[in-house]
Design a protein around this ligand. Structure first.
Ligand code: G3H
Ligand code: ZN
Length: 284
């Protein structure tokens, strides 16, 4: 069933695993992720950035596509449709009104008080509709869609505690050195701060930039209260690689099903690997 993230993430935090957020880019991504979740008996979060929603047609297209697939696939595991890096109150409201069950309000690049004000507004509207809210503090490095981070700023634990107390959010993404897209070298995550923030806030924490984080860092993050890990680039790389292989081998191929089908299988295999690594398999 379609649900918010709240129960999913509180359960994950209690039991010591993380639920994956896998981003949608098109129909095949959606199919692959839903198939993986059902096969693994894993709860799953479908992440949709504003740019990806625009590409697919809009928020309503995304909701109806997911609902249609869940009906055809007879999905039994809990699924959340989550706005990834929502840029404003209006965008969050638009997604909620279209049927999203969860939103992220990313006001982390605004001054602290403004971040709190906007986040509070989003929480008020979202909670009145049973929708969960994720907020961010600090800056995730790299680029995702229109969001380009200049420098990586680590989230401040005291600010995290204050934001959680004053806004009533359901989960928190403190930027602690993670990067969108591939890492240049090994990631350098602020585990000390992560532990402090988890203890101060009691919130399920979210780790953005899940692509390329070594298993030992994933395990450490989960042990410090990380209950949601976002992955997009790794699936994009797997899908593009599969398409390149088919077209290189058969330069005259033109049926999209012949190269998008293998892309879908590659995404599915990647997602299954992540679900096992995050510990969410067999938890639904
Ligand atoms: O919000 C989405 C994620 O943080 C994706 O990060 O593309 O590096 O896996 P990634
Ligand atoms: Zn992100």
């Amino acid at each position: 069933p379609l649900v918010s993230m709240t129960e999913m993430l509180n359960t994950a935090k209690d039991k010591g695993y993380a639920v994956g957020q896998f981003n949608l880019n098109n129909l095949e991504f959606t199919q692959a992720i839903l198939q993986a979740a059902e096969e693994e008996k894993s709860p799953v979060i479908l992440g949709v950035s504003e740019g990806a929603a625009r590409y697919m047609g809009g928020f309503k297209t995304v909701v109806k596509m997911v609902e249609g697939l869940m009906e055809d696939y007879k999905t039994t595991v809990p699924v959340a449709i989550h706005l990834d890096h929502g840029s404003s109150y209006d965008k969050c409201k638009e997604a909620i009104d279209a049927g999203f069950t969860s939103v992220m309000i990313d006001a982390s690049h605004h001054p602290f008080e403004e971040n709190i004000e906007t986040t509070k507004q989003v929480v008020e509207y979202a909670h009145s509709k049973g929708v969960s809210v994720e907020a961010e503090l600090g800056t995730v490095g790299g680029q995702e869609d229109d969001i380009i981070a200049e420098g990586v700023i680590y989230a401040d634990p005291q600010e995290c505690a204050e934001l959680v107390k004053r806004t009533g959010i359901d989960c928190l993404a403190p930027a602690l050195g993670s990067v969108h897209g591939p890492y240049k070298g090994e990631p350098n995550l602020g585990f000390k701060e992560m532990e402090e923030i988890a203890n101060l806030t009691g919130m399920p924490l979210v780790l953005h930039g899940g692509t390329g984080i070594p298993t030992k860092d994933i395990q450490r993050s989960v042990s410090f209260g990380t209950a949601k890990i976002n992955v997009n680039t790794e699936n994009q790389i797997a899908s593009a690689k599969a398409v390149r292989e088919v077209l290189a081998e058969k330069p005259n191929e033109y049926d999209p099903r012949k190269y998008m089908g293998p892309a879908r299988d590659a995404i599915k295999a990647t997602v299954i690997g992540k679900m096992r690594e995050f510990g969410s398999s067999n938890q639904a």
